[in-house]
Design a protein around this ligand. Sequence first.
Ligand code: SF4
Length: 501
Amino acid sequence: MLRQDFNRVNPKRRNVDYRKRQFADPAYKEIEYPHRLNFYEIPPTADITLEQFEQWAIDRLRILAELEACSYRIKSAAEMATHMKPILEKYMPLDSNTSSSTTLSAQRQKDHYSHFILRLAFSSTEDLRRRFNRFETLLFRLRLNDDTARDRNAFIHSLNIDWELVSEEERNKYSSELTAMSGFRKGTEEESWYKVNWERVPDLIESRRVFLRAGTAYVPSKELPSMVVAEFTKRLDRALELTARALPRLDEDDRLTPILDHLSKNFATPDASYSNTNSMAIGAEISARNIDNLSSHFPLCMQHLHRSLRRDAHLKHYGRLQYTFFLKGIGLNLEECLIFWRSSFHKITDDTFNKEYRYNVRHAYGEVGGDSNRRGGGYSPFSCQKILTEHPPGPGEAHGCPYRHFNLENLTALLQGVGISDRSVLQGVREDKDQQKFHMACNRVFEFVHKNEIKKAKDENLLPSSQLETIVHPNEYFNRSYKLKHLDKQTGNEDVKMEGF
Ligand code: SF4
């Protein structure tokens, strides 16, 4: 399914092992997409580029990660559907057959391929398989509910699921039970019933929405979508098991393995690169002397670095790196950044500062160092994923993410130190931390601190919906915090995009 990109393939590996060839099954088969929805039964075989492979997977991952975030933050299905609608439209729109879209086939191809790419990435462990299935099912359910009635019926009938329409005779025989179960009036159109093995519809049985007799469940037609969703989950479960068994055959593919590894790690905390074009906190004075004021908009990791710096007049190497890149990302220019660090390290002489620290700050801005660093304008600010997973802090170091790297007692003290003492928020943070949902804890705190502004922004439609997505980057935290507190001055631009590799 990948278009050959010979420059990126190790020449020694052109002699592909026969088992791999068998797994890859290169036979091309034209695939048509008559329906908006897909059970993903047929693997894709057409060529795509490595870039499409990566980007499509990242776009789908963004959706699954947001669904996971929703499952922690948003309670009702209707709220989730409203929240997800613009995100789905942004990353993976799927128009209906009745729309006038000219890109139906391309949309469906991206949906199809990205599902299979992530299936490869998430089938290696039971935990990943379970999570992938859970959020793919949620996505499928959202789309099914959003389908037009005509598209949905056509799709359901294309599935050839072995459910049997209950005959007129049998319906009459059990009419009192069926009526009691559903409350349907005899003679209405909604009276069609289907017979399926009871194991197919455990959730309907649990909620007593079907009539059960001798191991057969009698399901009213209005419950067909639930049956379809249950079937989707069951088939995906089986398919993921099969993929897991085939995975070792992919091990030697040095184009795909690193991408798939990165994607699977990315499920815990979606990665994001930060682009500061169009993203400055409009109206903010980003200067050395104003950092103390602006720090009230910083996420906890950066607030902790700032407080440590103010307390000790010093930060160790990784703390300086993490904080310098962040400050650069909020728009502090090199000159102001040098002033900031020089005045913050007030216990040392100019000479020591110039010898030991000046170069590193200039390097971060791409003023010195190798050509590529200079051309690229220095390094990008660290994402949450990077801070959470790389270089955990040792004794005396202040970098990292407090939600991950602090023990509960110190984390609670830090939160209280920055004014978060609401018991339910602290309890929620504790639970997030226990479940290793560190960025969810951070989003929880953000939502608590900005609850009034978020409500106003939603009620008055003051910010684009992308500004209400889950935060996965410290600089996004800052920008969003600043914008929310200064709603009247903002136009709300896009700030963060999913990162390549
Ligand atoms: Fe910082 Fe991200 Fe941790 Fe929040 S989740 S404290 S932004 S690293």
